[in-house]
Design a protein around this ligand. Structure first.
Ligand code: NAD
Length: 381
């Protein structure tokens, strides 16, 4: 209710122009589409008019759950884009369908909010960026942690210069047991998920630190991926057959060189025999920042951050308390900032010129792991 009131206040204060409503379509009506729908319902200038899902009856049941039987439904994204005159779509399909859906929507002149990770491969990301440029439309990638006050604080600290020259970053995270199979196997099959922990939660850890330091270009990567837990039937007590379907990674690690002489040491796990693979640390010549291990996706930091620095020759630590962020939900902010960009024709809140580097790293880790050696990252301009 708090979130709804926040946006109603904005209407009263004329910050939101309700005389111009955006006609929205939702592609893929699974788990995360529910969060998109909830947030669109909070927006006084959004009208969800259509939705599509490949599974017969799924889109109809989805909109019925929200008391919106009036929303027109389609058996796939192409028929929806063909039939409707939409302003924007939320793409909430599994990773492997992101690229085609985004390209088709952009080619139709529709603005796109694309769930994370951007896609599966770098080639796909390049094709999406090309379609985006040709269309002149807004394409934003769904990294909601960006809108959290604590995540913003990390960037503010880096931007302030208090760390000096940043030269080494360690990041990542994960779960002791947390391979996502809440509604089936779309995350763990190669044909749908495409990449595993690497893409699902790794992309968040990368975004947290790369956004903080201005997204320098990745140059080389040595990557590793494994699937020891994913392929073990014991991991799924109620569905041992999932082990046969597991075609992605449950753990990935990498050593990445970034432009500007910065080293990025990364590890991510959906499952491991450990509580955490470590805190995030950002080391600089004047100070270093420790960010307690976090799940990232919900924007939270795992506890107060610590800045290690020197004051008048003394080595001291400054604790940065966790900020209680009681504003609208991160999803509401993600949807609001996207809609504002669509309405005002301004830059996407989470733009492809940054996230293509995130995708290049994910792709580089997968390729390097397959080849068993370091590779150079080359991103077509
Ligand atoms: N931002 C977040 O916090 C967050 C959280 C969870 C998932 N995600 C991301 O959201 C995406 C979807 O995840 P999910 O858990 O909702 O998946 P899901 O498997 O529950 O739902 C995806 C749906 O997309 C449909 N679909 C696939 N291709 C389609 C097409 N061409 N046209 C219409 N429908 C199509 C499928 O039939 C399926 O019902 C993933 O990329 C995931 O990484 C983001």
């Amino acid at each position: 209710m708090k979130a709804l009131n926040a946006f109603q206040d904005n209407v009263k204060e004329e910050k939101i122009d309700t005389s111009r409503k955006l006609k929205i379509g939702i592609i893929g009506t699974g788990w995360i589409a529910g969060d998109h729908m909830t947030s669109y319902l909070h927006m006084p200038d959004a009208e969800v008019v259509a939705g599509a899902d490949l599974i017969p009856g799924k889109a109809e049941a989805f909109f019925e759950r929200f008391g919106r039987k009036d929303v027109r439904t389609y058996p796939d994204h192409t028929s929806m884009l063909e039939a409707e005159d939409l302003d924007a779509v939320s793409i909430c399909t599994y990773n492997a369908a992101h690229a085609q859906c985004a390209i088709d929507a952009l080619n139709k002149g529709v603005n796109v909010l694309l769930e994370k990770p951007m896609c599966v491969t770098l080639d796909e990301a390049v094709a999406i960026r090309e379609a985006e440029k040709k269309s002149g439309k807004v394409l934003s990638i769904g990294f909601q942690p960006r809108f959290d006050a604590n995540m913003k604080k990390i960037k503010e600290i880096c931007d302030s210069g208090v760390l000096g020259k940043i030269y080494y970053i360690q990041t990542g995270g994960g779960r002791r047991r947390g391979i996502p199979t809440p509604f089936g196997t779309s995350f763990i099959e190669k044909e749908t998920g495409g990449i595993g922990a690497l893409g699902d939660i790794g992309c968040y850890s990368l975004d947290m630190v790369l956004n903080a330091i201005g997204y320098p270009k990745p140059l080389t990567v040595t990557g590793y991926r494994s699937d020891f837990f994913g392929k073990n039937p014991k991991t799924y007590p109620f569905h041992p057959e999932y082990a046969q379907k597991f075609g992605v990674d449950d753990f990935a690690a990498a050593f990445i060189r970034l432009e500007g002489g910065i080293i990025l040491d990364f590890r991510i796990a959906w499952a491991m025999n450990l509580d955490t693979p470590g805190d995030t640390i950002i080391m600089g010549t004047e100070g270093s920042l420790r960010i307690p291990s976090t799940e990232c996706w919900n924007g939270s930091v795992g506890g107060p951050m610590t800045l290690y620095h020197e004051v008048a020759g003394s080595q001291v630590e400054t604790v940065i308390p966790v900020i209680e962020d009681n504003g609208p939900s991160l999803f509401d902010r993600k949807i609001r900032t996207f809609m504002d960009a669509c309405k005002n024709g301004t830059k996407a809140p989470v733009p492809t010129d940054q996230i293509i580097y995130n995708q290049a790293i994910l792709d580089g880790i997968a390729k390097s792991a397959e080849l068993g050696r370091e590779i150079e990252i080359s991103i077509p301009e």
